[in-house]
Design a protein around this ligand. Structure first.
Ligand code: PLP
Length: 379
């Protein structure tokens, strides 16, 4: 085993930035309940609102359009599960559209909505992972109430043309939810310009601790609360706020530099692609115009899990599919959706880099992958 481990799974989660960690530790002393009226509570409330302001302005929203929650999964659940209440109140059928490459926090929630007689359709994507607009148009029904389409995909990095999609959906009176979890910090986000109705975010994907997320809501009148209790988050999400997590989230947002990030990570990916080309046959499945940090690669003749496990023994942390499906031997639904055969699907690795990945790391990663693939292919 090599001495230094190299972390190549930044789309699964990120290491906490040292400045975020330092602030998080001091923020543990801000223990007041932000709903309490005395000074200790007011101090917590001030931090809460300052964080809301900073994060909202980063995505070009007003601070009263952002609520905090526990994760990207919760934010996605909040929007989708609202339609249970909507159906009960309106007593009218509800249909939802989502892309075929959404994260499991959207797909499993949609599957669960079937229990409430809410049906859904998945919009197919092309080989680059982009929504097929004509198919989307065909899937729209008179009772389609919501479309849920992610901005950037966690496995292949494809980025959708959200502005065109929101325009089309709004023309049919369909609300638009966008999972922005993987896009935050990697590409610019302007919710106002994109005209999105809801957008989900997660702190642990941008070098902050886990347990904190946010939901942008263009117009709070259209959403019911997911968690019932107190009046926190303007009554939309009861529960005492996670002030240290929210302060850390704010700091991580302040540290984001989208241009520096994309210049650095695209250089890393280009270098790795060049080196791995020597392993022919090798297929690069990630979108050519997608996230600059994400590579999804199939190595025919190798089992992806065996490859990942052998690379793990050599010091590489990398994944075979989306983080949440690690341990499962099912082919990735994202790779299936872009048309990959089962064999290529099961011979794939996902590598996702971050600011702490260096060019020297890439050389070591390439060396390990090349020797491991060569060895496994010869068995
Ligand atoms: N959406 C996407 C696209 C993701 O990649 C993830 C996590 O991998 C999530 C949602 C869930 O976020 P969280 O881990 O904060 O629940």
């Amino acid at each position: 085993m090599k001495n230094k481990r190299i972390y190549c799974d930044h789309n699964a989660t990120t290491p906490i930035h040292k400045d975020v960690k330092a602030l998080f530790k001091t923020a543990l002393d801000i223990y007041g309940n932000a709903s309490s009226l005395y000074l200790t509570g007011r101090q917590a409330k001030e931090e809460l609102e300052q964080a809301r302001e900073t994060i909202a302005s980063f995505i070009h929203a007003n601070s009263d359009q952002l609520i905090f929650c526990s994760s990207g999964t919760e934010a996605n659940n909040h929007v989708l599960n609202h339609f249970i209440a909507e159906k009960c109140v309106s007593k009218k059928p509800v249909h939802i559209l989502a892309s075929a490459i959404e994260h499991s926090s959207v797909l499993s929630t949609l599957e669960n909505l079937k229990k409430y007689a809410i049906d859904y359709d998945l919009i197919p994507v092309d080989s680059n992972g982009h929504i097929k607009i004509d198919e989307l148009k065909h899937l729209i029904k008179p009772h389609t109430k919501l479309a849920s389409i992610m901005l950037a995909n966690n496995e292949i990095g494809s980025i959708q043309d959200i502005k065109t999609l929101t325009k089309l959906c709004h023309e049919h009176n369909i609300l638009f939810h966008c999972d922005g979890v993987q896009a935050l910090g990697k590409i610019p986000i302007d919710v106002t310009q994109l005209d999105i109705d809801f957008m989900s975010f997660s702190a642990h994907k941008i070098y902050a601790p886990k347990g904190c997320g946010a939901l942008y809501i263009k117009d709070e009148e259209v959403l019911s609360n997911l968690i019932h209790g107190g009046h926190q988050e303007r009554g939309l999400r009861a529960s005492t706020e996670n002030i240290p997590g929210i302060i850390a989230f704010r700091k991580a947002i302040e540290l984001l530099d989208v241009n520096r990030y994309s210049t650095h990570t695209s250089e890393l990916c280009k270098r790795l692609i060049k080196k791995l080309n020597s392993l022919e046959p090798v297929f690069f499945n990630s979108s050519k115009t997608g996230l600059s940090n994400t590579l999804n690669i199939s190595f025919p003749g190798c089992d992806g899990h065996a490859l990942a496990m052998n690379c793990d023994l050599e010091g590489l942390d990398l994944s075979t599919g989306s983080a949440c499906s690690v341990g499962s031997v099912e082919p990735s639904h994202v790779l299936t959706a872009i048309g990959l055969s089962n064999d290529l699907n099961k011979s794939s690795l996902r590598l996702s880099f971050g600011l702490s990945t260096s060019l020297a790391d890439i050389d070591i990663i390439a060396e390990i992958i090349i020797s491991t693939v060569t060895r496994l292919r010869s068995l």
